[in-house]
Design a protein around this ligand. Sequence first.
Ligand code: UD1
Ligand code: CA
Length: 456
Amino acid sequence: MALSIVILAAGQGTRMNSEQPKVLQPLAGRALLAHVIETARALDADTINVVYGYGGDTVRNAFADEDLTWTLQAEQLGTGHAVAQSLPAVPADHQVLVLCGDAPLLAVETLAILCDVVTPDSFGLLTAKLADPSGYGRIVRDADGNVTGIVEESDATDEQCAIDEINTGVMLMPAGWLARVLAELEPDNAQGEYYLTDVIASAVAEQLPIVTVEAPDANEVLGINDRAQLAAAERIVQGRYAQRLLDQGATLADPSRIEQRGDITIGKDVFIDVGAVLIGRVVLGDRVRIGPYSVIENSTLGDDCIVHPHCVMSGVTAGPSCEIGPFARLRPGATFIERVKIGNFVEIKASEIEAGSKVNHLSYVGDTHVGTGVNIGAGTITCNYDGANKHRTTIGDNVFVGSGVMLVAPIAVGDGATIGAGATLSKDVAADALTVARTRPTTIPGWRRPEKKPRD
Ligand code: UD1
Ligand code: CA
């Protein structure tokens, strides 16, 4: 049976108290809706339709690169109305799986079970039993346990509110049937909305068999309506991601104190200390050690690299056995071939540093090529910017740069050069020689410092 998925993402999310459409709120670094789309993709549906509305094209534009069918729900009149808008794009002989854009934690396996057990001429409903069901629609059953309806909390009696079985928002229905019953929906409820949940009454009336599947894990059905639920969902996702790293053989100093906001690949025996924030595409080789409190974004660290505490890096490529930090700031294009050492309070940008070279303290290296076996002394700066243009610095192999050297780019330093501390250089530096540029000290004997006048 052909399957079409409809994802509801038109609501404002009033309870978020945000200017952004709710489905664009980030969870583990990606929009809520991105998680739902990813889950939908794994189900192998014929089409994925997203209903958008609040915030206009912002939601649609956020997924411009994806192959999706979009339906505008110009006025958000309720979940039933939202599904109805999308149905003209769905062939009548398809099954429609409705997912909510604000329920990002659902497991593909759970949805696959629902799709498996629900036949094309029946109504499938994913439910869950929650210790605290507040906020959700409650599943009402008769004495024999047959579903008779779903009642929204705002319309429920005290007795119904006590029901712990809830509507997850996931339903699987025959498209032609759904289109017909949605057309008959009335907004006669506390919120004055067209409720998708009301179609269940039609299923009961028409004796369409109702098949319920209970989600195995109550956490996966969490619908995100406010910031507290968003924070709770973040902890659940982070817990899952941390577990995945543990399963892959990483040691985590504390699995509850690592944040993954992207796609993390690790080798064998990686160690990650507390407070690591990994963003985007991060690749860590075998035996990489990440010290406490570092932010690592879109970077690749080769085997045996060590990151000492409190480093911030983005767009870095490091080969094996590099040592970074503490307190290093590495910006896009920082590339270390192997055994490179970057020490404290060093900033590197768009620079390639070859094997065994060291920049250990308080330096800025930008738009630079550094050869092998180079030692760059404390407080050295490649002065790459003249206020209008960026210029390159080239440092050969086995160069020794003394402390406090200003290399005014464009400039090249020849292989084997030694530069004495404190030089400001704006011309190329000779290979295999000592270059010193330092004013001789002037001493004025008997000179006295100015003194403050005594107060009256
Ligand atoms: C809905 C269900 C409730 C269920 C809960 C699960 C209804 C009437 N209620 O309640 O039974 O327990 O989800 O999380 O269906 N949306 C639109 N257009 C609209 C209204 C909503 O696209 O006009 C979208 C929202 O963006 C959201 C989803 O539908 O992604 C659910 O809407 P929401 O207002 O959050 O419904 P709930 O009150 O949570
Ligand atoms: Ca919701």
